[in-house]
Write a protein that binds this ligand. Structure first.
Ligand code: PLP
Length: 389
């Protein structure tokens, strides 16, 4: 009998990967599956980024890099941060990590232990809660409500803070809801946080370029009063269609930077060198492909929302960011996970049940509209046929 730590009895998963595996298995049996499950752009990484990685390999960049990433890659992140937020950060506060997830893993590991409380959005990215539970800390869900356009409520968030709160996780634009928290609400939240200096903040801004209808992303970096306890999670996966490259970055306050650096040394050593060169090319090169992709997401967003709202028992609020729709399915009478499973097996449409993103996800399903307009329309037709049966 092997004795492993109890954290592994509590650690969770991301069901999007299980749905992807099932959808792939069904497709390999010859079934026609439309995949609106997994959250990754259906675009290819722009060519000049791929070329930069190939060149790096040809030029002999085959070895370790510094654990925190190549200085040139960190400096590229500094330039990008200045362009998108107007805030100048130091490369000494930037770390290059193997994917956005690694930042949440590190932040939660640094703060989580039994007796500690960590606030996270519900519904929200499932790994937040999974990792909090793994550390033995108490997960405290911050409700993200449809009636609040799936934005954080400053008042509700602040009311959940106790002397035991160590970390508050924010995410805007958000997965799975597509919600964008308005600047005024973030200002209120930051003002309130000034009274709780014991609380660190991890702001997951991985969808920062994907906002629509004139909505603007507001980075937590723009608030100097919390900079000494703010971790910003970002990365290349979504913006430059690089999910498989495993490239993320984060910005850490001085007091935590050495901790994450040591985690890197102990775990991943560094991100593979050619990917870091690709990351530099992504930031410094032309952004036309990013803009084209965001425009495509915007027009698909309208198609998916209109389509969903035409279905019996379904109503879909218009998401203002990311590439997800999170329709309310309560009137269909179906439990969300059962509906998702039935739609995959019987209608050939892969999507995710809301409860995979938290307790408050019941009554909702998540569709990723990172798929072609044609496939989105076919999926809506299939869901309609299924619901009308
Ligand atoms: N944060 C959010 C909100 C996400 O939706 C995702 C991926 O879906 C990540 C982080 C992780 O990104 P990566 O694939 O770079 O690890």
């Amino acid at each position: 009998m092997l004795h492993t730590i109890s954290g592994f009895d509590r650690i969770g998963e991301e069901n999007a990967f299980a749905v992807l595996a099932r959808a792939t298995a069904l497709a390999s049996q010859g079934k026609d599956i439309i995949n609106l499950g997994i959250g990754q752009p259906d675009f290819k990484t722009p060519g000049h980024i791929v070329e930069a990685a190939i060149k790096a390999l040809r030029d002999g960049h085959h070895g370790y890099t510094p654990a925190t990433g190549l200085l040139a890659a960190r400096e590229a992140v500094v330039r990008r941060t200045l362009t998108t937020t107007g805030v100048e950060v130091s490369p000494e506060n930037v770390i290059i990590v193997p994917g956005g997830k690694v930042t949440m893993f590190a932040a939660i590991l640094i703060f989580g232990e039994p007796g500690a409380e960590i606030l996270y959005p519900d519904p929200g990215f499932p790994i937040y809660r999974s990792m909090i539970e793994f550390t033995g800390a108490t997960p405290v869900p911050v409700p993200i409500r449809e009636e609040n356009a799936f934005a954080f409520s400053a008042e509700e968030t602040l009311a959940l803070i106790t002397p035991k709160t160590r970390l508050l996780i924010l995410n805007s634009p958000a997965n799975p809801t597509g919600g964008v928290t308005p600047k005024t609400e973030i200002e209120k939240l930051v003002k309130g946080l000034e009274a709780h200096p014991h609380v660190a903040i991890m702001s997951d801004e991985i969808y920062d370029v994907m906002t629509y209808d004139g909505e603007e992303h507001c980075s937590l970096l723009t608030f100097p009063s919390i900079r000494d306890r703010l971790i910003v999670l970002n990365g290349w996966s979504k913006t430059w269609a690089m999910t498989g490259w495993r490239m993320g970055w984060s910005i850490w306050p001085d007091s935590l930077y050495d901790k994450v650096r040591k985690l890197a040394v102990n775990c991943w050593s560094c991100v593979n060198a050619p990917s870091q060169f690709a990351g530099i090319a992504a930031i410094d090169g032309p952004q036309d492909d990013v803009e084209k992709m965001c425009r495509a997401f915007d027009s698909r967003r309208k198609i998916v929302v209109d389509g969903l709202n035409s279905l019996p028992g379904i109503s879909c609020a218009t998401p203002k960011g990311a590439f997800y729709a999170f329709p309310n399915i309560k009137q269909t009478g179906w439990p969300a996970k059962q509906l998702a499973a039935a739609l995959l097996d019987e209608a050939g449409v892969a999507l995710i049940g809301g409860p995979d993103f938290g307790i408050l996800g019941e009554g909702y399903i998540r569709l990723s509209y990172a798929n072609s307009e044609e496939n989105i329309l076919r999926a809506i037709e299939r869901i309609e046929r299924f619901l009308s049966k």
